[in-house]
Design a protein around this ligand. Structure first.
Ligand code: ATP
Ligand code: MG
Length: 234
């Protein structure tokens, strides 16, 4: 299958007496165009899993494939992990982490510009995405002039601008009220379908959990899959 596939993934932090086995054999699959929820108690390994998949930290064992290509198989299979992160993975965090002295357009266009794309092309693509996310009218504003929900939509545009096949979102709706939280999920769902992106959303948010069609629970370093309610997003 294309998309994301994780098999038998393990992560041990540290060694000896103080070692922590954060992931003890995680299995997960997400198809292109699909948004799945990942839920579990604090300390269960959710962020660890996203960091492994995002090549921010190195797993201890197991296998991960992206778009049918093994990126990790008992060791990294990709030499340039920075390029992997830049070109194939988009991150959305709980806080938007926008750069305060760049306007909204340049916050979104920055990564492709740094990657060597012509500035005009990067800004054009940024503005298209901002339009699609209903913040096009704020394209020239500075981040401090935006509401929390608008800032989070800009952060989503930034994650999508390189059209990565994978988006990893860690508590993307935590600071938002329920209307805006559902709005963020609606947008991720639409973007997944439009760009064939595989999206994993880590959440504690009771408001959005019923919207997932498929959910993974993580408990004590292991994942359990279940069908979600898939409540219509309207
Ligand atoms: N850098 C680290 N060094 C050692 N242990 C760590 C490190 N990062 C996380 N852990 C431990 O690994 C386990 C999983 O942590 P992780 O951050 O993945 O949990 P989480 O599910 O994201 O929790 P939360 O919902 O609180 O964000 C926890 O026991 C945590 O203390
Ligand atoms: Mg976490």
């Amino acid at each position: 299958m294309e998309g994301i596939r994780i098999e038998g993934l393990r992560k041990r932090y540290g060694s000896g007496d103080t070692a922590v086995d954060a992931l003890k054999g995680v299995d997960m699959a997400v198809a292109p165009g699909e948004v799945v929820g990942l839920i579990g108690p604090s300390g269960s390994g959710k962020s660890t899993l996203l960091k492994c998949l995002g090549a921010v930290i190195e797993p201890s064992a197991g296998r991960m494939t992206l778009g049918g290509e093994a990126i990790y198989d008992e060791g990294w299979k990709i030499r340039d992990l920075r390029a992997l992160r830049r070109d194939r993975i988009g991150f959305v965090f709980q806080a938007p982490y926008l750069i305060p002295f760049l306007d909204v357009t340049d916050n979104v266009a920055l990564l492709p510009m740094l990657a060597g794309r012509p500035n005009a092309e990067a800004r054009k693509r940024a503005r298209e995405l901002l339009e699609a996310l209903d913040v096009g009218h704020r394209a020239r504003a500075m981040p401090s002039q935006l509401s929390g929900g608008e800032q989070q939509r800009v952060a989503i545009a930034r994650a999508l601008v390189s059209r990565p096949p994978v988006i990893l979102a860690d508590e993307p709706t935590a600071p938002l009220d329920s209307e805006r939280a559902l709005g963020v999920i609606r947008i991720l769902d639409r973007m997944a379908q439009e760009y064939d992106t595989a999206i994993i959303v880590v959440t504690h948010d009771e408001k959005i959990i019923p919207t997932f069609r498929r959910l993974y629970h993580i408990r004590d370093g292991r994942t359990y899959e279940e069908a979600g309610e898939g409540r219509a997003l309207g």
